[in-house]
Write a protein that binds this ligand. Sequence first.
Ligand code: SAH
Ligand code: SF4
Length: 386
Amino acid sequence: MTANLLDYDLEGLAAFCEGLGEKRFRATQLFRWIHQKGAAQFDDMSDLAKSLREKLKTTAHIKALPVLSQHISSDGTIKWLFDVEGGNAVEAVFIPEDDRGTLCISSQAGCAVACRFCSTGHQGFSRNLTAGEIVSQLWFAEHFLRKYLKRADRVISNVVMMGMGEPLQNFSALVPALRVMLDDHGYGLSRRRVTVSTSGVVPMIDRLGKECPVALAVSLHAPNDALRDDLVPLNRKYPIGELFAACKRYLTVAPRDFITFEYCMLNGVNDSPEHAAELVKLVRSGAGDGNWCKFNLIPFNPFPASGLTRSPQAVVVAFSKVLSAAGIVTTIRKTRGDDIDAACGQLAGDVKDRTNIHARLSKRRTIPIRPENELAPAGREDTIDD
Ligand code: SAH
Ligand code: SF4
């Protein structure tokens, strides 16, 4: 088995090169070819000595996850489904905005946390992604988009770990992947523009702060432990008091001076003005004011197995007003990519029916993505199986 170079951060690649008897600076050249230029073939790396290229061919490869399908929304959002073998697939979503391009990526196939309102959670846990599989979603998307949008410069300016899986339950793969994103020789993203979203794995919030502090989003969804225990089962292990204490510790090393709390608005469950008032009290407790956090209210994206429904817009607005009036910066998330099931918590569609995904995988027979000029029109599937 040869090494997949997408698995390495620059330090890891330097160690690999040294193992081949090469100087460390060769690793920087190689790293730039892979991540900045999107090269997948050693023969394309023209400033590397032929002898090194030959050595690399027998010891290493650059392999991104195969793409099973691509959907383009009428609002410009693009969703890719990647094959992670064993009948599993993960998704990444590109969300273009005027001033930024955000890529939402996955960290695990499935998720063990089993939140009631999340279709990935309902699917169960399959496996952790490797660092290379996490990075490969960015590698593929960035270099595909440059061609597709005919851009020479960087397209993706922000990465959010808000796809499938709980990133802090896959810590050993997450950290090298983050380092590739942050490295100036890699994607050169600033720490403020890379966000890890977590359901609240308290010890790993501390480790992230020590090893690779990036922006942190915490999925809160409830103003008290009784309700959160029910919605986010991990709360039984790490209750809100411990979670908030970890958030406060994180703020001392974080690249931003606030934590973002995500709050999925569930009709009749966590969306009343009383819940909002309880939330205000909660974030003020101990800290004096609500300035250490921001709230992002997420319209729930329903799926049948959840038995839950989306809060009406007027209820979401009323809830946000209670928080704002108390001086807590609150935004209501716009849903994007609705027509292609690319919104939060919808990232499980094709994997839910495992017989179906098996059938798709076994029928797969051709290269994953069509040339740019053959892309499907907006809102239509560009699929590679029959
Ligand atoms: N496991 C991490 C990151 C992935 S989930 C976490 O829980 O934070 C990313 C975000 O999508 C979380 O805030 C999650 O609560 C939200 N989400 C999950 N299912 C959803 C749904 N059906 N509708 C809206 N948001 C959802
Ligand atoms: Fe896992 Fe996050 Fe979904 Fe909860 S919301 S089940 S932690 S992916």
